[in-house]
Structures are given as C-alpha cells and as structure tokens.
Design a protein around this ligand. Sequence first.
Ligand code: TXA
Ligand code: MG
Length: 342
Amino acid sequence: MNTLCLPAQRRGILIAAEILSSGGLVAFPTETVYGLGANALNEKAVAGIFLAKGRPMDNPLIVHVPGLLEARLYASFTPLGTLLAEAFWPGPLTIILKRQGPVPASVSAGLDTLALRAPDHPVAQALLAACALPLAAPSANASGRPSPTLAAHVMEDLSGRIPLVLDGGPSLVGVESTVVDARGETPLVLRPGAVTPEMLAMVAGDCKLADSLLRDLEEGETALSPGMRHQHYAPRARMTLVKGSPHRVEALLRSLAQGQQDTWVLAMEASLPALSSLSVHSLGRDAAQAAHRLFYLLREADRHQVQRIYAQALPPTGLGLAVMNRLARASGFDLLDADAQG
Ligand code: TXA
Ligand code: MG
C-alpha cells in the first residue's frame, strides 16, 4: 500500500473523512501525540488498527469524540465523569466509564468499560466533524515504539501499512493523554499526562493514583493497568535514569558516560554546562518542555544508532510525573540514585 502524507488542510481532511467512512485507517494530529484512527462502530475497521500497529488484542483503544454530548451515546456518565469532561474537554484527558451503546466490545478489548476523549486540536476536531463518526485511535506508532509527535514519525513506523497521514506539525504536549477512571467518586489516574493529579484534585476534591504508577517509579515493579502490561516507549538503546541532587547527578553522569562510544545523556537545561564534555541533549527548562521533546529525542537516538542512554530524572510532580512515567518505562525501570552512591 502506498501511504500518502498530506498537509492537514481542507482537501486532506475531506479525503481522510472519506477513507474513514469506508472503513479505512487515517493517522491524524492531536495536541498530545498523533493518533491512528478508524470508525469505532465498524469492527473490521477497528481490527485493522491492531493489525497495522502490531498491537496486542488485549490492549483497549480510546474513542475520540467532539465533546460530552457525543460521548454520552457510548458510555454511562457518572457525576464525576460529567464534572471532569466539563472541566477538561476538549483536552488531554481520557475518561474511563462503563461502556453502553453501539461501540463494539473489541474496541475495549472485551472490557465492560470504554475510554473516551475529546481532543483539543483543530485538525482532530475538523476530522471528527467531517466524518461524523466516533474514532477509535491509539497512538500512531508501531507497537512498542515511542509515540509519534511528528507526521514523519508516523511515516517511519506505518508507511506502507495505512493509506493516509495528515500532517499537522509537531504535537504541542508531546506525551499521551492522562487516563482516568471516573466510575467511582474519586478520579483514579491510570496513566499520568498533561492533566495532572493536582488539576484533577482541584476539580474533584481528591485524586488517587493507580498503585502501579508509584511502584514503577519507586521500586521498579511491573505495572498493572491494561496498556502498562506491555513494553512501551522503548528506544533500541539500553536506558538508565539517574535521580538525586543536581550536583551528584551531574557527577555520576560524567563518570558513567565520559569517553563512552554511542552514548547519549539527556539532561535538563540547568545541568548542561556541567555536562559539556559529554554527548548531551537537552530536555529543556521544565517538565512541559521535557514532555514536548522526550519522544522526539528517543527516536533521534534510534536514528543515530545510540546504544546507551543515561537520562536525568525529573521531580515526579505536575507534568513531571508523566515524563517520569514514560522515562521509567522506556528504561525498563532501571533507576540509579546518585545520592545513594558512595
Ligand atoms: O493522547 C492519547 O491518549 C493518544 C491520542 C491519539 O489520543 N492515544 C493514545 O492511545 O495514547 P493508546 O492506545 O496508545 O493508549 C491508550 C491507553 C492504554 O494504556 C490503554 O490500556 C488505556 O489507555 N485504556 C484504553 N481503554 C481502556 C479501558 N477501557 N480501561 C483501562 N485502560 C484503558
Ligand atoms: Mg500508545
């Protein structure tokens, strides 16, 4: 199959809507990462997503809708679900509720729940309007690779496997949406993202984190929520995270990476001067910039055939929690504490 990559303008969006209406797949930009969309009501089209990505069939998909009005057709909204949708949609928040209505069970891998999101991106919204369908869409990477934040990343992974990629430029946020279970009275975060636990607690009064999120970061255990069972975000290089006070982290990074071949260091801007003797790449000034650059840097490392990556850990608060969650998983939970080293 020949894959077209078109600018995400009127003509491209109309062609995309036609492909989706006839059961085909289209990759499109959202504010988080690029998604690989199919008509969520068409079981065969949805099966095509799993095939194109090489995605395990037991990993459920997110259904994208214009807003709360449409979302109500596919799930039973709790007061909490309504509250969160009203506060954060359109935006980088995926809400899990009890599935009801016409979306086939295969979309949520047989679970009785459904993940719903209204994306905050003009192209995603224009596409949803043009096809007037709910779109099942996982991140548009080949399964196991870092999520795509550029149309070129989608082409790298899926060229020849899908008919069309809409190019809407770089994704603003850069990490996938926050996934929150809203079936109870308190939001339960299954995957951290740009809607932070702090923001959820402000609206809902309280917010819980899935145990697995913290265990992953603290003890290196394997995660429990559906998508977290599978290996994800992994660059080909072996990766290690280094946490601790900046001076100690910088010293340890120097001792680990100095003079090593095919070795990259990812560090925050403030630490760059202390690491100038290394092959160092900036994660930016803060967690938001780190989120925006992270997947791009992991893919660049692959392109340069880097064998070893050392990354500076961020404080796991705010958007830093999302960045650390992805870094921890990309490293296979390989974490060094510079403050604990002799
Ligand atoms: O930002 C995003 O969320 C992007 C854009 C395209 O919307 N999509 C995305 O989809 O990251 P995906 O499939 O790569 O990740 C969806 C995550 C997975 O971890 C999956 O296990 C979880 O959401 N998920 C989906 N449905 C679920 C459900 N019913 N219950 C629990 N987790 C669910
Ligand atoms: Mg994904």
